[in-house]
Design a protein around this ligand. Structure first.
Ligand code: NDP
Ligand code: PMR
Length: 399
């Protein structure tokens, strides 16, 4: 198993040359319609392995990086500001798909260092190597978003690395469209919302201080959204539609014990849970913007990079879907985008000076030009965003 393999490694960090520490159960569904499942039996994901791993990682001594001591900018004699050091970006879920393609786009430029925050250390290391990302431009660190303890441990480990943080990309996600029953994170939250929203919520809240402290000219916090969470689009109207309702399931802890595993309190539906989690991602980005942009100067953004129809996101879908989905997106909807192109798009949101506006949900048109897109009514509901923030704070132990 990935975690077991990772636990044999000496640390959560890859060691660079220069010594820097651094079921598919086929549901009663057709290809395009995903039927509802009502079986609410609990199935907890194994957490013991994670705990053991994080304990091991905690005792590893970590040397500070030179990046920490070099100022990010200086004033030249002409009065112009010059960037002196590499930017540092954490990308969650950088072991495949969009995250990996973004790590490549940013990592090969040479002026950024990518921290690949991944649950499968060896997979990430192999992926980075096979794409030829220069060794000195990335570090793999262990992060399992399905465990709040792992999130906290990751933040501690990152801080001990001594690197400043200039950008954070909350990219990792799971999509469980064929699951008949919910599965749960180590803390007992339904897995899709627990990983895609709550894990990232805690991670970004903890790392906000680090971003604030960065002296880099542009600081950014990006949370990947999606068209399928936006009901103002055709894609967002494919059933089951996202709907957070009054957040009664989330308020109850999404644990299936005395409440529903779904945010709106309804019956479990894996596809809906994913779309709901994407709405949470987009609401969270806007709440960050309202609460912190003015005070911190950090740009908060979300995006829909296009339909990257061949990524691992669809690994749990039925085989017929995985065969037909790419040509359907390429030739019918024309929404298809390659991993490489999507990675370049997300990389723009990380470092392109022209995409520095805060509070924006970015999209790209058919000629690959970025534009500020409209979110659905629910995904831009400020009152819902505030409530989501407050409930999420309680669930992850921040309030
Ligand atoms: P992938 O499955 O290829 O990538 C998802 C990544 O998340 C993987 O690296 C996976 O790790 C990681 N991950 C999953 N669970 C955890 C966890 N518990 N802890 C840490 N990492 C975890 O899918 P995509 O690249 O397609 O998805 C990336 C983002 O893009 C998601 O936010 C998705 O919602 C969004 N998106 C995707 C679209 C698409 O068409 N594919 C369209 C719109 C948005 P591992 O490799 O170990 O499985
Ligand atoms: Mg969708 C312009 C039309 C469009 C776009 C851009 C997408 C993107 N999809 C579109 C249309 C349609 N899709 C239509 C008309 C149908 C019904 C025939 C359809 C179906 C469909 C399914 C069953 N589409 C899907 C699924 C999934 O399981 C995917 C999903 O919802 O994942 C959550 C999906 C997607 N369509 C997209 C995108 C980007 C996805 C997946 C990724 C995501 O949102 O993160």
């Amino acid at each position: 198993m990935a975690l077991q393999a990772a636990s044999l490694l000496p640390s959560a960090f890859s060691l660079h040359k220069e010594g820097k520490t651094s079921s598919a159960n086929l549901k009663d569904s057709s290809f395009f319609g995903v039927a509802l499942s009502c079986n609410l039996k609990s199935k907890f994901t194994p957490a013991a392995g994670n705990k053991e791993l994080t304990r091991k990682l905690a005792i590893v001594p970590i040397r500070a990086q030179t990046a920490a001591t070099t100022p990010a900018i200086t004033q030249s004699t002409s009065g112009q500001k010059k960037t002196l050091r590499k930017g540092n970006v954490i990308i969650t879920g950088a072991s495949s798909g969009l995250g990996l393609a973004t790590a490549k786009a940013i990592g090969e430029s040479g002026d950024w260092h990518v921290i690949m925050a991944c649950r499968d250390f060896l997979k990430a290391e192999k992926a980075a190597k096979s794409l030829g990302i220069p060794k000195e431009n990335y570090t793999v660190m262990h992060l399992d978003l399905a465990s709040l303890e792992s999130v906290r441990q990751f933040v501690d480990n990152f801080r001990r690395s001594g690197r400043p943080l200039d950008a954070l990309v909350c990219n990792a996600a799971v999509y469980l469209p064929t699951a008949k029953e919910p599965t749960f994170t180590a803390d007992g939250f339904e897995l899709s919302v627990g990983t895609n929203h709550l894990g990232h919520f805690l991670l970004s809240r903890l790392l906000l201080d680090d971003l604030k402290q960065s002296d880099y000219p542009q600081k950014r916090l990006i949370i990947v959204g999606s068209i399928t969470g936006n009901t103002n689009t055709l894609a967002g109207n494919v059933p089951p539609k996202a709907n957070l309702g009054d957040l009664r399931g989330l308020s109850g802890g999404l644990n299936s014990l005395n409440c529903s595993p779904m945010i709106d309190g309804g019956e479990f539906d894996g596809a809906k849970a994913y779309k709901d989690s994407k709405v949470c991602n987009m609401l969270t980005m806007q709440e960050y913007h309202r609460r912190f942009h003015e005070e911190t100067g950090i740009a908060f953004a979300s995006l829909y990079p296009g339909c990257i129809a061949e990524t691992g996101l669809f690994r749990n879908h039925i085989p017929l879907f995985r065969t037909l989905f790419p040509p359907f997106q390429k030739y019918i909807t024309k929404g298809y985008v390659s991993e490489e192109e999507a990675g370049k798009r997300l990389a723009q949101v990380v470092r392109d000076p022209s995409l520095s506006k805060s509070g924006v949900y970015w999209s790209w048109n058919s000629t690959s030009s970025s534009f500020e897109n409209q979110l659905s009514k629910e995904a831009s509901d400020a009152e819902k965003a505030r409530k989501l923030w407050e409930v999420s704070e309680k669930l992850v132990g921040l309030a």
